[in-house]
Design a protein around this ligand. Structure first.
Ligand SMILES: [Zn+2]
Length: 167
């Protein structure tokens, strides 16, 4: 039996970039994230807006081991595993487990979710317009780059697009 309290709102699973970059989420969405997303936000700079968002709108949820295993196997099968962090894997796992779309602009996350028959939404799709200029941030050490290069010159992890900090 379905929980009737979930019917009014739509559940979305968000990745770290989505939370960091979105100025706000439309009110009819419940946002769920794995604990790794909160850790990444802390590491990369938690501001007041994110604090408020976490306190008011975000449910932190640990994916089941079975879901993580499924997500990991699927990312190996698609060849995306090398481009995905443990946090990315847990975003995929939650999306599949909750049968909820993930909000992500990350192509590898999108690809693995698609391979598992899940759904994703891009930021643009749910009406979040990018009001920031873009930089690229290393998914490993967090170093910022002005231009997109293949891998970080410090730690070798891949870069992802990232909102530039306001000067
Ligand atoms: Zn790095």
């Amino acid at each position: 039996m379905k929980d009737s309290t979930n019917e009014a709102k739509k559940t979305l699973v968000a990745d770290t970039s989505a939370l960091f970059n979105a100025s706000d989420f439309p009110a009819h969405f419940d946002i769920v994230v794995p604990p790794g997303v909160v850790e990444e936000l802390r590491r990369w700079g938690m501001d007041r807006r994110l604090d408020m968002l976490l306190a008011s709108r975000i449910e932190v949820r640990i994916p089941l081991n079975g879901s993580l295993e499924k997500a990991r196997k699927a990312s190996e099968a698609t060849g995306d595993i090398g481009r995905l962090s443990d946090t990315d894997i847990s975003v995929v796992a939650l999306a599949i487990e909750l049968e909820a779309p993930a909000i992500t602009d990350d192509y590898s996350i999108q690809n693995v979710i698609k391979s598992l028959g899940g759904k994703f939404l891009t930021m643009e799709k749910i009406g979040i317009r990018d009001v920031f200029t873009w930089e690229f941030r290393c998914s490993g050490c967090g170093k910022l780059f002005k231009e997109k290069i293949d891998e970080c010159d410090v730690c070798g992890h891949r870069l992802r697009s990232w909102r530039a900090r306001k000067k």
